[in-house]
Design a protein around this ligand. Structure first.
Ligand code: NAP
Length: 292
């Protein structure tokens, strides 16, 4: 039987509609309008398009967006001064510094300068620590989106064998930590695979839930998947160009073959991708609500 497709576009639409209502309610009941500041240094085309998409998402939901576009040769000190101003600006609830930063800037120094209570990307060590000890405040956006796709997609997580392929700080490690917490929508038995894992297929074939964030097309083939499993494909790989000149994208999972084995599967594009910005919006609204 062919797998059910979990549409990230649809789940994201539902969550954005919920957030629009929450924002309207916050304005009416507490007179608060959440604000997100985005900081872009340089003109990398992919970064420009991400920041533009974030601004548009804010507009639609009713979040104020403050965009700071700085030249590529901005000195680190100047960027740190801007972060300090944003930390002290009451209209700004969330701060997002678009990565990567130019080579002359120490990325960690900048990210660690953000007030942890405005760190809506969830990359500050304080928020990473809160996540690990089960006191999640701002879960990192892609892992949070993955969790929503699993839970809202109707896959039970309690006691499930959950295998993550990939151990990066932005996807693999945090999603593994989130899914093993003693909480609803988690409580899974988690295994993390990486390039030094022996016999990866032995692990992936046990998975009731398989999350793949390797950045390698076809890293997961049909023979590596348990029949009926839920497969979340995080990978975004350019595998050529379409006839209209656009980038042709593929995930890390051999979608056509795996969808004949899996119970549920996310597509690429249209799976995890649309969830990431949505979860950034969710964290920004949460930051506004948490503000004393
Ligand atoms: P990354 O930093 O390159 O990490 C990849 C991880 O996968 C590493 O831990 C690596 O192991 C492991 N790996 C690579 N090839 C493997 C293989 N053949 N078998 C087992 N493990 C393997 O990548 P990332 O930032 O986590 O991103 C992963 C993918 O997700 C990329 O395609 C990226 O574009 C995509 N992504 C999508 C979104 C979204 O919003 N949709 C967001 C973030 C990332 P080692 O540690 O041993 O090297």
């Amino acid at each position: 039987m062919t797998a059910e497709i979990i549409s990230g576009k649809e789940v994201a639409k539902t969550i954005r509609a919920e957030l629009t209502e929450e924002v309207a309610d916050l304005k009416q009941t507490r007179g608060i309008v959440p604000g997100l500041a985005t900081v872009l240094v340089g003109e990398d085309p992919a970064s420009v398009s991400y920041v533009t998409a974030k601004g548009k998402a804010c507009d639609k939901i009713g979040i104020n967006s403050f965009q700071h576009n700085l030249p590529a040769d901005t000195p680190e000190d100047e960027l740190l001064k801007l972060i300090d101003q944003l930390n002290n600006n009451d209209e700004v609830n969330g701060i997002l510094v678009q990565l990567p930063l130019p080579g002359h800037i120490d990325e960690n120094r900048v990210l660690y300068a953000i007030d942890p209570d405005k760190d809506v990307d969830g990359f500050h060590p304080v928020n990473v620590g809160r996540l690990v000890i089960g006191e999640e405040v701002f879960p990192p956006c892609t892992p949070a989106g993955i969790r929503e796709l699993i839970v809202r997609g109707g896959t039970p997580t309690e006691g499930a064998e959950l295998v993550v392929v990939g151990r990066s700080n932005i996807v693999g490690k945090p999603v593994a930590v989130m899914m093993l917490q003693k909480k609803d929508g988690a409580n899974a038995t988690v295994t993390v695979c990486h390039t030094r894992t022996r016999n990866m297929a032995e692990h992936t074939r046990r998975a009731d839930i398989l999350i793949v964030a390797a950045g390698r097309p076809r890293a997961i083939t049909a023979d590596m998947v348990k029949p009926g499993a839920t497969v979340i494909d995080v990978g975004v790989n350019r595998i050529g160009t379409t006839s209209s000149g656009k980038a042709k994208l593929a995930g890390d999972v051999d979608f056509e073959a795996v969808k004949e084995v899996a119970g549920k599967i996310t597509p690429v594009p249209g799976g995890v991708g649309p969830m990431t910005i949505t979860m950034l919006m969710k964290n920004t609204v949460k930051a506004a609500k948490l503000k004393p």
